[in-house]
Design a protein around this ligand. Structure first.
Ligand SMILES: *[C@@H]1O[C@H](CO)[C@@H](O)[C@H](O)[C@H]1NC(C)=O
Ligand SMILES: *[C@@H]1O[C@H](CO)[C@@H](O)[C@H](O)[C@H]1NC(C)=O
Ligand SMILES: *[C@@H]1O[C@H](CO)[C@@H](O)[C@H](O)[C@H]1NC(C)=O
Ligand SMILES: *[C@@H]1O[C@H](CO)[C@@H](O)[C@H](O)[C@H]1NC(C)=O
Ligand SMILES: *[C@@H]1O[C@H](CO)[C@@H](O)[C@H](O)[C@H]1NC(C)=O
Ligand SMILES: [Ca+2]
Length: 600
């Protein structure tokens, strides 16, 4: 016993003596990762060259018959890309949907303009004889009424908010290891990239231009996704079709259905998060590209207005296609508040401040209402991620309040303090857990998303606190800004390799890192090496192979180890081996800061 304790002390001493990480190298890579996730026409400056153009028809597919690729029979071995959070387990409804996809007979029906629309491939692809480019097929309000659809029960299954028109939706990012463009997490990742640049851009050195490019790759796409007044595209690609295949994005032949929120089919969480992303990004580009910045801000205000005026969750309007992938668990109220907070920062218009101030007290209730079943440990003020913005709102607003001694703090600063006390391991009210090796854990898959997002908030808040000479009291425990920064650094160091396995969870950083990540493009040979098409099922042997991935997705941070610090490096184990854009986005800011402030 005594010997064991002694051994543990030695290990800990050695871990703390480990040489400082090369945060600059990790920063470069963390941004490079976004190039590997790009959809659309790649520019000549593309550095991750094994990736090629893809999704060039996104938004234009309707009216063009494409070869079908969904084959009858068993599912490919590919597990669906998964990133549930909040302790919900992923629902595997894939099989029943697969049967739905197998349906052979097309369905014909007329839309409000009299165009004949034919569904194909089991009702997931739509064709119109008369739809013109860039023109809305018909007034959405009058469309999809059941009397015009010959088989309403089927179309309901498909999703009533299904949108069919031709609109340029080329660009944006694949969220993770699959080829769907999920705008909800994409927008959150963009907001976090923008916040990273706003707070830590000065520390990015030669990587700053690349961070700006990474933001603009998303905002250019969001301008397209919100280009038709009254509509906000929330997703491109039928996720079931996509997840049934293991295909390179460059070979994609799965249905690229665009889904949109509208007045009649609200999607306030996605719309408000897109507004937040556009507003935050407008601040990033304000001095660098004033015309572009103004465009982003104008669109942000319009999209926010749309989200607020047509309140509702895309769960309810597009549920069959957005759940169980990026369901809205926490409700849309937090995104409205978050969008308003970013718009207040970007415009300084008092109406946005009143919006935040007047609604904040309801937020906790609202979120509690939605998440009673899921059960947040410690209250919603402690939550931050693509689904729940609460902790982020409090900390974002605290910056404004702490620098403004005349204003009343309201619940924001106390809530931000409570957030810190829910994360600090020595706090009496800690609600997260830590692995024996020191990694922060929260329930739900893809754990490093929690680690990076919460660490980002700790660092950002520490700097706001320091500027106003504050420290936090968690019961009898005093949390200084320096302590918050130390904890955030500890988490980043763990990710980079200061952990019991000595394993970096960032692909391409250090010598020991994940080799078999759950990522279609990375695990299949690149077009350069294998130009022939690899179809839907053709990728299965690569998915099942025990070989390392042929293409290095440099900078990708995976879901991470389990809560016993083990990692199996298995492609099928998507909860642990899949990278996502929202794991990396907050990490970009953290690495920038630590690059300039290495440990003393
Ligand atoms: C959205 O759907 C999920 C899964 O069905 C559910 O758990 C969640 O409560 C829903 N969210 C809202 C805001 O209704
Ligand atoms: C927020 O406050 C405004 C008044 O500023 C009110 O009109 C609006 O309904 C509130 N929004 C929510 C989501 O409760
Ligand atoms: C900061 O204080 C000034 C003066 O009281 C006030 O006009 C302004 O709205 C305050 N800003 C915030 C974010 O409270
Ligand atoms: C805290 O503020 C002091 C004084 O402005 C500054 O010198 C120091 O660098 C700040 N520390 C951090 C971690 O920001
Ligand atoms: C990790 O590195 C430390 C220090 O170099 C070493 O003592 C330990 O055995 C390594 N652990 C593993 C699992 O490789
Ligand atoms: Ca939410």
């Amino acid at each position: 016993m005594g010997v064991l304790v002694f051994g543990a002390v030695i290990v800990m001493a050695m871990v703390t003596r480990v040489a400082s990480h090369d945060y600059g190298d990790a920063l470069t890579k963390s941004i490079l990762f976004f190039e590997g996730q790009r959809s659309g026409k790649l520019p000549s400056t593309q550095r991750m060259t094994w990736r090629k153009d893809s999704g060039l028809q996104d938004g234009f597919q309707i009216g063009k018959k494409k070869p079908t690729s969904v084959v009858s029979g068993q599912l490919v071995g590919a597990s669906p890309s998964g990133r549930p959070q909040l302790g919900t387990s992923r629902t595997r409804s894939t099989v029943s949907v697969f049967q739905r996809l197998e349906r052979k007979d097309p369905i014909e029906f007329n839309n409000c303009r009299g165009d004949t629309l034919v569904t194909d491939r089991g009702g997931v692809q739509f064709f119109s004889k008369k739809v013109e480019r860039h023109q809305i097929a018909c007034d959405f309000e009058n469309d999809w009424s059941e009397t015009q659809i010959r088989q309403p029960e089927f179309v309901r299954q498909v999703g009533e908010g299904l949108f069919y028109t031709l609109v340029d939706l080329v660009g944006g990012y694949y969220d993770a290891g699959d080829n769907v463009k999920f705008n909800f997490p994409m927008a959150f990742s963009t907001t976090m990239l923008a916040w990273s640049v706003l707070d830590f851009g000065n520390f990015m050195g030669p990587d700053l231009p690349h961070a700006l490019e990474a933001i603009q790759w998303a905002t250019d796409y969001f301008l397209k996704a919100t280009s038709i007044p009254g509509f906000v595209f929330v997703q491109v690609g039928d996720p079931y079709g996509d997840h049934n295949c293991w295909e390179r994005p460059e070979d994609m032949d799965t249905p690229r259905i665009p889904y949109a929120a509208s007045k009649q089919f609200p999607g306030s969480e996605v719309s408000a998060e897109i507004a937040a992303a556009l507003a935050a990004s407008s601040m990033v580009f304000r001095s660098r590209n004033p015309a572009y910045s103004a465009r982003l801000l104008k669109r942000a205000t319009m999209v926010f207005e749309f989200a607020d005026a047509n309140r509702g969750s895309y769960n309810d309007t597009l549920g069959p296609w957005v759940c169980p992938f990026y369901c809205d668990f926490s409700g849309y109220e937090d995104e409205l508040m978050w969008g308003a907070a970013w718009l207040y920062r970007a415009t300084k218009e008092p109406k946005y401040w009143s919006y935040v101030e007047q609604n904040i007290s309801d937020l906790e209730k609202n979120v509690a209402k939605h998440t009673a079943r899921v059960g947040y440990g410690g209250g919603s003020f402690a939550e931050f991620g693509w689904d729940t913005k609460n902790a982020g709102i409090n900390i974002l607003v605290s910056k404004l309040l702490l620098s403004n001694s005349t204003s009343d703090a309201g619940p924001f600063i106390p809530n931000a303090d409570k957030f810190v006390c829910s994360v600090l391991p020595e706090s009496p009210t800690v609600s997260v857990s830590y692995s024996p090796g020191g990694l922060l854990f929260k329930p739900g898959g893809s754990n490093l998303q929690h680690t990076t997002a919460l660490s980002f908030l700790l660092l950002a808040y520490a700097r706001y606190l320091n500027q106003s000479n504050r420290e936090i009291h968690c019961g009898n425990v005093v949390a200084t800004p320096a302590r918050l920064i130390q904890l955030a650094r500890r988490q980043v160091d763990y990710i980079l390799g200061t952990n019991p396995l000595n394993m970096s969870y960032m692909v391409g950083y250090g010598n020991k890192f994940p080799r078999k990540i759950h990522h279609r493009g990375s695990s299949l040979p690149s077009i350069d090496r294998y130009p022939a098409r690899i179809n839907c099922q053709g990728g299965t042997p690569y998915f099942q192979s025990n070989d390392p991935n042929p293409n290095q997705l440099t900078g990708a941070v995976v879901g991470g180890p389990d809560n016993g610090d083990s990692y199996s490096d298995s492609r099928a184990d998507f909860v642990h081996s899949e990278p996502t854009t929202y794991i990396n986005a907050p990490l970009v800011g953290l690495l920038a800061y630590f690059r300039s402030y290495p440990p003393l």
